[in-house]
Write a protein that binds this ligand. Structure first.
Ligand code: DHB
Ligand code: FE
Length: 283
């Protein structure tokens, strides 16, 4: 049976793509952010996962406000990105893992999650930039070292799924991977957050105290964030900071206690509190 080797959570901000394109990793603004990644890359090079389940939110590239599934799963042979308006270059296509996609889809539907199945799917900055941060040489090489299964959560248009629901989705993803008839090593990657708000009266809002408490909870008490309603979470972390639901889902996909191997937190990257965590099953 397949095995979840670890969980990685990271922020995604389009400006990261421009910084990579302009080779600004050692620039004083960017260095504290990019310096978070080498330990995670080292771990990836040792653990060598075969498949990445990437849990993220689409920002209007694949889904727009007219049709917005709460949860969706990709089942395509490969995934491309496209211009979202941020001026980011296209990346090498991401190879899908259709066997895991269909197993996950069957398993989630059987587990009472009414997901949207996407046999074609464009992946936006929230999927592509974390991949480029984790495997920085892959795009230039033209191929990625893992096959992928995109899992999208709606965090952009109300009503949003509750933290409780996202936690249960994560648990169901974990059960699906564990029951997949494969000897693959699977890493769960969650992208988004931490606190940020891009518009309105609170534009620029960041809540370091809550972010750090949230990161700590994922290791010590992962169900802790489920005590908050969506509106309470938006109040605490901002309208876009609600993307931390992807971190919660990712952590819940890894059953049992977790060991924190690495973390980083840096304010701000663009308008966002940028966080990074690498966790492994403790058992
Ligand atoms: C920013 C953050 C995001 O999560 C996003 O999707 C787009 C932009 C930002 O801080 O600029
Ligand atoms: Fe975002």
């Amino acid at each position: 049976m397949a095995h979840i080797v670890g969980a990685i959570t990271t922020s995604h901000v389009p400006a990261i793509g421009r910084a990579i394109a302009k080779d600004l990793q050692n620039d004083s603004y960017w260095k504290p952010f990019f310096d978070g990644f080498p330990p995670v890359r080292q771990w990836l090079s040792e653990v060598k996962p075969d498949v990445a389940v990437v849990i993220y939110n689409d920002h209007g590239l694949n889904f727009f406000l007219d049709k917005m599934p709460t949860f969706s799963v990709g089942a395509a042979p490969s995934y491309r990105n496209a211009d979202e308006g941020w001026g980011l270059a296209d990346m090498a296509p991401f190879q899908g893992n259709q066997d895991l996609s269909w197993h996950l889809i069957n398993s989630l539907v059987n587990d009472e999650f009414d997901i949207t199945t996407c046999q074609e799917m464009l992946v936006d900055h929230a999927f592509c930039l974390p991949m480029a941060l984790l495997w920085p040489d892959a795009d230039a090489r033209g191929s990625w070292p893992v096959t992928t299964v995109p899992v999208c959560l709606n965090t952009v248009q109300f009503p949003l799924p509750t933290a409780v629901r996202c936690y249960k989705l994560g648990e169901a993803i974990g059960r699906a991977v564990a029951s997949w008839d494969s000897d693959a090593r699977v890493v769960i990657i969650g992208t988004g957050g931490l606190s940020h708000q891009l518009d309105g009266q609170r534009a620029g809002f960041i809540n370091k105290q809550f972010d750090l408490q949230f990161m700590d909870s994922l290791v010590r008490d992962p169900a802790w964030p489920t005590r908050f309603s969506i509106h309470e979470l938006v109040e605490k972390v901002g309208t876009q900071g609600i993307e931390l639901l992807m971190w919660l889902t990712t952590r819940a996909a890894m059953p049992g206690p977790a060991r924190l191997l690495h973390s980083n937190y840096h304010i701000p990257i663009s308008n966002t509190a940028a966080g990074l965590m690498l966790m492994e099953p403790a058992a």
